[in-house]
Ligand binder design. Structure first.
Ligand SMILES: O=C(O)CSc1cccnc1C(=O)O
Ligand SMILES: [Mn+2]
Length: 630
């Protein structure tokens, strides 16, 4: 991107609501670079005001991108909207997501000869520039260029980082207002400091594009590309208007660029929920948990415990930025300001608090609509009357029992965190909240016990590195293959996974570090008949109860092949909603674990190779040795 500081483009193009004099010079230069490349008809600097939001929603409604949902009282006052995308633009596109570094190995470990790398995609700086110049010149012709100053994290917190997203999508502005902190005050906080540069365009399809054009959701799926340049703190995204591809504060900034900043500055940017749990004695602790996409982070973050005397409050459901403070306590913030949660499967049983959160100030995307002016998705069958008619996410009439889903499996609600009835009072504490426990988990139907604890930090890092889970709809996958998803970060690493592991291992060297205890959970184990062995949902509070009692020193665990397992009878199963075969739930079948060790050894050898830290190799060999003794 050229730097043209006499702002000839900004002077030529109407700056609708600002002036170059009122903007920090680095912001002006960035706008100039982007305007000279994209050639918009005008430029609008977002201020985050309610008036602005109303104008943008009005614009989106007029061009058919969103429609109101009158079933919910005062839908206009409460700003509840339904957006439908082009069916070709419905999820993150991992194959088109790249990290650019001079040296390829800074981005990804070199996979073994002939093996397709699964730990991210590298692109050379030259090819990144070429990809930009093939797509962006003039792409914003006849469109407004929106400039979104935003903060990831509470404005002014020492944890927080500022970005500027430039986009031609009013939908992105509306969602970024919900998901991040946006507005002119961010520019005052920024001053003349550096910021993360985020350029986005929904693109303009070529004349020979095969994709059906939908004027209310412009996109260019055939040429979509999401590019990151960590050494310049730059993100460039083209062709998709949806979710993690376009709301650049989320996955692109808070995880991919965020993880590289965190490595350089000595902290951790992770794909984790943050929750507060208060036990019956009134002691409050904070827990983070990394589960792969669509594996229940939002459900756990807002859990309604079935165990009496417990309370769970939400700090965040998807991203945690964590650093050790002067006293050696690991403190975390949720850098986001909203939830962008999976709608299907959310109902008053699975997540009652989510259902109390999402019907105010929310933009739903690709859920189904009902004839009484509401929304519907798979899992809501008991929550709508039988006589309402349903229109599916594509805008077609949908009949109950249809083979195709009414709502897209990756359909989302986008809602301000402040709407959550169980939001933790400390969720915006600029110093972050103190973390006592880190949990890794996944969707594993076989062989993995309900919960076990790592013997120490290094063993915990190995457990995180070994995470596998059934694939979900969050990114193009549909079959139930068990995928490796280390730290639930596989699609979001900003740099070489082997270096990431070393960075985690290096936390033991932090002065006075009070390292949190690390656990692994699996709510999804099934018996031979395919039934879930554990009721899950509110009863997962029993697992958290065991974890807290364990870190409080109760003698309720016994070492095992995989780590510290609960002693029998140490779980609180009082009034459990169903009979549970605890023996099967915690069994460690030798054949399964021999296979698991083989998968891990193959994965580490083929995908990580020489970049695998020795400590992790040693943990794998210790596990293999223990499995042999089963
Ligand atoms: O970004 C999308 O299109 C869906 S993916 C997503 C959205 C919110 C939170 N997490 C994820 C994810 O894939 O982890
Ligand atoms: Mn996520």
């Amino acid at each position: 991107l050229s730097t043209n500081n006499n702002y000839e483009y900004i002077r030529k193009i109407p700056l609708l609501n600002s002036s170059t004099e009122s903007l920090p010079s680095k912001v002006c230069s960035y706008i100039e670079e982007c305007a000279s490349l994209c050639c918009p008809k005008d430029i609008y600097i977002c201020d985050g005001s309610d008036t602005e939001y109303e104008h943008l929603l009005n614009f989106l409604e007029k061009n058919g991108t969103i429609s109101p949902l009158p079933k919910y009282e005062n839908c206009y006052d409460f700003n509840i909207w339904l957006a439908r995308t082009n069916p070709a633009d419905v999820a993150r596109v991992e194959k088109r997501t790249f990290i650019s570094t001079e040296c390829k190995r800074d981005t990804i470990p070199i996979p073994r000869e002939g093996v397709i790398g699964e730990l991210g995609n590298w692109i050379s700086p030259g090819d990144m520039d070429k990809a930009i110049l093939e797509r962006f010149p003039g792409c914003m012709k006849d469109r407004t260029m929106y400039v979104i100053p935003f903060s990831m994290g509470p404005v002014g917190s020492p944890f927080s980082k500022i970005g500027i997203e430039i986009t031609d999508s009013a939908y992105v502005v509306c969602c970024m207002r919900i998901m991040t902190r946006i507005g002119k005050n961010i520019l005052e906080t920024l001053g003349n400091d550096d910021f993360v540069k985020c350029l986005h365009s929904v693109g303009v399809p070529k004349s020979d594009s095969k994709v059906e054009i939908n004027s209310s959701w412009p996109c260019d799926p055939e040429r979509t590309i999401i590019l990151h340049r960590p050494d310049k703190n730059e993100i460039v995204s083209y062709g998709s208007g949806y979710g993690g591809n376009s709301l650049l504060g989320k996955k692109c900034f808070a995880l991919r660029i965020g993880s590289t900043i965190a490595k350089n500055e000595g902290w951790l940017a992770e794909h984790m929920l943050i929750l507060a749990i208060t036990d019956p004695k009134g002691r409050k602790r904070y827990i983070t948990a990394a589960f792969p996409s669509a594996c229940g982070k939002t459900n756990l973050a807002m859990l309604k415990p079935t165990l009496p005397g417990y309370k769970i409050e939400c700090v965040g459901d998807d991203i945690a930025w964590m650093r050790f403070d002067q006293e050696g306590r690991l403190r975390a913030i949720n850098p986001e300001n909203g939830f962008f949660g999976v709608a299907p499967g959310t109902n008053c049983i699975t997540n009652p608090n989510a259902m109390k959160t999402i019907f105010k100030n929310t933009i739903f995307t690709n859920v189904a609509a009902t004839s009484d002016g509401g929304v519907f998705w798979e899992g809501m069958e008991e929550e709508i009357s039988d006589d309402v008619e349903i229109t599916d996410w594509r805008g077609k009439k949908w009949t109950r029992g249809s083979k195709t889903p009414a709502a897209h499996p990756n359909s989302r609600f986008c809602t301000p965190i402040k709407e959550c009835p169980v939001i933790d009072p400390g969720w915006e504490d600029p110093a972050g909240v103190p973390i006592d426990v880190i949990i890794f988990g996944g969707r594993r139907p076989e062989g993995i016990p309900l919960v076990y604890q790592a013997r120490n930090w290094q063993h915990g890092v190995f457990i995180g590195a070994s995470m596998r889970s059934e694939a979900t709809a969050a990114a193009e996958h549909t079959d139930k293959v068990i995928m490796h998803d280390p730290f639930a970060m596989r699609p979001f690493f900003g740099y070489n996974f082997g270096h990431y592991l070393n960075h985690w291992l290096s936390m033991t060297k932090v002065k006075n570090a009070k390292l949190p205890a690390i656990f692994h959970v699996n709510w999804f184990r099934k018996n031979a008949d395919g039934q879930y062995l554990w009721p899950g949902f509110g009863d997962n509070s029993r697992v958290l109860d065991w974890i807290l009692r364990k870190i409080d020193g109760e003698n309720i665990a016994v070492d095992s092949t995989v780590g510290l397992l609960p002693k029998s009878e140490s779980f609180n199963l009082e009034n459990l909603s169903k009979d549970v075969n605890m023996e099967e739930l915690f069994s460690l079948p030798k054949s399964f674990w021999e296979k698991e060790v083989r998968h891990l050894r193959e994965y580490f050898d083929m995908q990580v190779g020489d970049d695998l830290p020795t400590d992790i190799r040693e943990e794998l060999e210790l596990l293999a040795c223990n499995v042999d003794k089963l």
